[in-house]
Structures are given as C-alpha cells and as structure tokens.
Design a protein around this ligand. Structure first.
Ligand code: ADP
Length: 326
C-alpha cells in the first residue's frame, strides 16, 4: 500500500486518553502521508472533547515540524465524559460533517478505541492507532510509548541499584500498570530484578522473601523488586519484607515520570509507520479498524475484534525472568 492520489479530501486526527511518548511522531506521519496524497488534515484538540466542542485547526506540513522527538502531544489530550453519551457523540459527528472531515485517525488506548468504535458505527470512517504506555491492546505487539516508558523505568532502576548495592538494601520499585504487567515485566528483566510482581499472576510473598534470602546466602548485597501498581502496593510489599526478614527495604514509586520524555527511536519509528498506514487505510476506504505491528510488519485488524481480545502476558518471558533472578 503506497501513496498516490485519493478521492478523500479531508481527514481529522486526534490524540485521546493518557498521553504517550511518540504520539507526536504519529501525528507528524499522518500529516505528511496525507500531504503526499493531497489530503488535508484537521487537528482536533483534546481528543473527543475537542470533537464535541469543534476545536479544530488545519495542520500543514510545517505544523508538525520539530516534534518527532517530543513527548506528550501537540494536539493535547483529555478524557471526555460527554463523549460517552449519545448526545455528545451526535454533536461530534455533526461538527465533523460541518467541517468536511471524511475520516478520522484516533491515536490512543483502549478507551479511545471504544470511543472510535462508536463513531465507526455511526458511519464515520475511523482508524485507530495504538498509543499507550500500557501496551495492553491486542492486535499489535507494541503500542506507541511503551518502549520509552520501559526505558525510563530501567533508567530509574539502574540508579536505584547503585544505592541498593551501596547500602545493602532491598528496594521495591512500583511501576505503572493497573491491569497489565507489561511495563513491570520488561523493566524487571532489563533492570535485573530479583522478583517481578504483575497483576496477571497471583502474588506469592513467600517466594519473594525466599528469593531475597537465597540471594543473601550467596552474598548478594541487594535486592530489587519491581511491582506493577495493580499487582500489590509497593508499601505493603515493603512492610511485609521488613516484618518477616528484618531487612531494611525502601520504596520508590515512579508514577508519572514514566509518561513523558523524548520517545525512543523505536517508538518514533513505530509511530511513523503506524500513522502513515492509518492514512493509507482511510484513503483505501477502510474503516473501523486499528493498525498494529506484528512480527515487525504493519498490519490492521477489525476494531471490534481487537477490543474483544485480551492481550496476554508472555509467560515464557515471565519464566525467563525467574531463571535470570537465580
Ligand atoms: P485510553 O484511551 O488511554 O484508554 P480512556 O480510557 O480515558 O483512555 O479513554 C479516553 C476517552 O475515550 C474517554 O474519556 C472517553 O471520552 C472515550 N471513551 C472511553 N470509553 C468509552 C466508551 N465505552 N464509549 C465511548 N467513549 C469512550
């Protein structure tokens, strides 16, 4: 699927839900791919909220200059309760028609895709681009922002490791992931964690303690435990360790530090490929789908199907993490 002319004249693009590094690279790819196909792009501010308010701005080639390396989103993002109502969505569709927007690229996570599906069902051509640090969407190996978030967490763990070693302490690092252990698993492996606690697998405190004690017996000076926020509270884990082992443990909650920052090269390239493909799909008359990358190929899937799937944690990786922590 290449460039070339299309009968499509104008499309819209918005970013919605939690921001993710690389969203800007995706917006840029949408605008540049569209320009190559003589399609105008309208940027919608603050996601679905801007669609309801008619907060539109024309995006030119220059509007997306100098943003490939920036975190966050130049289009701003928001959560819109109004869009969850039929009246709100009707207003959004009216505004799009009035503006001549014939297709929409929605960059966001699971919730944003659900909103996009509603629009598709109202007859608006929509393509979803997975943008969320959580990497919890099916239909793609990675979502935009995940790689950057993992690298940010690993950077933090590296620093904490120096202190953990010097003071011979146990450190518990809490990372984002209410329902998904993707960040914890990857950051834990790359950061050399002794234990990784994720929501997908029942927390076994006895095993966590056993690992710490086993490490001590063979002369390990420190232990690092990575906890996804949805698996357990890092403070509870710390209290439990202090109670049972009488070792000193410290807690670091990374929080929103993981959201921002310059996207990694991986995220920039992923975002560029996905953004461009989304435009090509709209121009080819596709709708109600999401783009993704599987085994390094850009693919697309039916949006409703993708939302019904559950992204499973890679158990092989989880077991590898346990082996590496021996
Ligand atoms: P993310 O896209 O990062 O998962 P949210 O879950 O907050 O973020 O969703 C972003 C926005 O998408 C919501 O504020 C809302 O406007 C819209 N949205 C989410 N779920 C639905 C739904 N079931 N129906 C319609 N709109 C939805």
């Amino acid at each position: 699927m290449g460039g070339g002319k299309s009968t499509l004249k104008t499309i819209g693009v918005l970013t919605s839900g939690g921001d993710a590094p690389g969203m800007n690279a995706a917006i840029r790819a949408v605008v540049r791919q569209a320009a190559e196909m003589d399609i105008e792009v309208i940027g919608i501010a603050r996601g679905f909220a801007g669609l309801i308010q008619g907060d539109f701005r024309r995006l030119h080639l220059g509007s997306v200059a100098d943003i490939v390396h920036r975190g966050g989103t130049i289009l701003l993002t928001a959560r819109s309760e109004e869009f969850k109502t039929e009246a709100g969505r009707a207003m959004a569709v009216d505004n799009m028609r009035r503006e001549g927007i014939e297709g929409l690229v929605v960059i966001g996570g699971d919730g944003s895709f659900r909103g996009a599906l509603h629009l598709a069902k109202k007859g608006v051509p929509v393509v979803g681009v997975p943008g969320t640090i959580d990497n919890d969407l099916a239909g793609t190996d990675y979502s935009i922002g995940f790689d950057t978030a993992v690298n940010t967490a690993v950077e933090a763990i590296n620093r904490i490791r120096d202190t953990a070693t010097s003071h011979e302490r146990v450190f518990i690092v809490e990372v984002m992931g209410r329902e998904s252990g993707q960040i914890a698993l990857m950051a834990g492996i790359a950061g050399g964690a002794e234990s990784i606690l994720i929501p997908e697998i029942k927390v076994d405190f006895a095993q966590v303690i056993e690992r710490i004690e086993r490490g001590r017996r063979r002369g390990k000076l420190h232990s690092i435990i990575v906890v996804a926020e949805g698996a357990a509270s890092a403070l509870d884990v710390s209290r439990e360790i202090n109670r049972i082992t009488h070792l000193e443990s410290r807690v670091t909650i990374l929080g929103h530090i993981q959201r921002g920052g310059a996207p990694t090269a991986f995220d920039r390239i992923l975002a560029s490929r996905l953004g461009a493909r989304a435009v090509q799909l709209l121009a080819a008359g596709e709708t109600s789908c999401m783009v993704g990358m599987e085994a390094n190929r850009i693919v697309h899937h039916d949006l409703e199907w993708a939302l019904e799937q559950k992204k499973e944690i890679d158990l092989e990786l989880y077991h590898l993490a346990n082996v590496l922590a021996l």
